[in-house]
Design a protein around this ligand. Structure first.
Ligand code: PBG
Length: 338
């Protein structure tokens, strides 16, 4: 190492810019704000109902009235959007999943109530049949045990239209059937819902990080030992995710999602670089549980690691993140401002 070498130490000292808070702030590339967050919520029937989820500490299933109370607190902190997921009892599950498009179903009533109370809050609904099927799969089951693609797409179209009719701003197909984005887009246009946006779960992997979610919505027991490997993606694949995203964009998706999040940030980066479209990631239930349980055990500082993880999503190229940490992050960001 000599002082005559060009562009190298000691002329270049990377630590100079890191020396003071002001120069660290000036060169910081990624930032996190309330605008980057989407809050998933679990809704259940009833009034005044609140139910803890053992594998998802800090997240509760709420009846609509209590959800509205929570939103009254979080909207002033800058909450931009929620994604409701229904907890459906055995009476609402069937082989045909017909309750998925009931005009007065739980999700449809949730959307209407939330939009009435908070018209400017974005509401994005999950389009998939798993809360409503007796077998817990996202699609309809054929006699041979296969998930029927085209029949499922017809059902998803009915479900998406019922969400749009209830006032959903965004419908988010999370089922991974082929051709569903085009079918939903055409149906929305035909029904005069031309401003309803589609957030496609374009690259959704067959992941074991969904475990606590399935406990939360009560679909793990229905699913039994089955898996979703014939429609969700193989965790080993990345090029296939590019094809999925390209197809969903051609079919009329406005935004695309990568799911899960933290173990798949390489996919986020490729999608953002290749397509330059609104790109979201879902920090799923198992990722939340990992951080939450590690913090509860005293192994990690929850606030510090959660904010660092959020920064990771932003740095990878996410425009927004669906995360169960949304209420905490909104509160921490508000504290930083005061
Ligand atoms: C199913 C659906 C799943 C999640 C959201 N929608 C799970 C699955 O595919 O079984 C998982 C979300 C999470 O783990 O937080 N349509």
């Amino acid at each position: 190492m000599t002082s005559t070498s060009t562009g190298q130490y000691p002329r270049t000292r990377m630590r100079r810019m890191r020396r003071d808070a002001f120069s660290r702030a000036l060169m910081r590339e990624s930032r996190l704000s309330a605008d980057d967050l989407i809050m998933p919520v679990f809704v259940q029937e009833g009034v005044g109902q609140r139910c803890v989820i053992d594998t998802l500490p800090g997240v509760e299933r709420l009846s609509i009235d209590l959800l509205l109370q929570q939103l009254d607190e979080l909207v002033p902190l800058g909450l931009q959007a929620i994604a409701p997921f229904p907890v459906v009892g055995p009476e609402g599950k069937s082989d045909e999943a017909a309750d998925a498009w009931a005009p007065d179903g739980l999700v449809q009533r949730t959307v209407a109530a939330v939009k009435a109370a908070h018209p400017a809050l974005g509401v994005m609904t999950d389009v998939a049949l798993d809360p409503y099927t007796s077998h817990g799969q996202d699609g309809l089951l054929g006699d041979d045990g296969d998930i029927l693609n085209d029949e499922t797409v017809e059902a998803l179209v009915k479900q998406a239209l019922s969400h749009a009719a209830a006032g959903a701003d965004v419908v988010a197909p999370s089922d991974m059937m082929d051709g569903r984005v085009a079918a939903i887009r055409d149906a929305l246009e035909a029904a005069d819902h031309r401003n309803v946006r589609i957030l496609s779960y374009a690259a959704k992997y067959a992941s074991h990080f969904y475990g606590p979610f399935r406990d939360a919505v009560g679909s793990s027991a229905n699913l039994g030992g089955s898996n979703k490997n014939t429609y969700q993606m193989d965790p080993g694949n990345s090029d296939e995710a590019m094809r999925e995203v390209a197809l969903d964009l051609e079919e009329g998706a406005d935004m695309v999602m990568v799911k899960p999040g933290m173990p798949y940030l390489d996919i986020v980066r490729r999608v953002k670089e290749r397509f330059g479209v609104p790109t979201f990631a879902y920090q799923v239930s198992g990722e939340y549980a990992m951080l939450k349980f590690a913090a509860a055990a005293g192994a990690l500082d929850e606030r510090a690691v959660v904010l660092e993880a959020m920064m990771g999503f932003k740095r990878a190229g996410c425009d927004a993140v669906l995360t169960y940490f949304t209420p905490s992050v909104l509160r921490w960001l508000a504290e930083e401002r005061t």
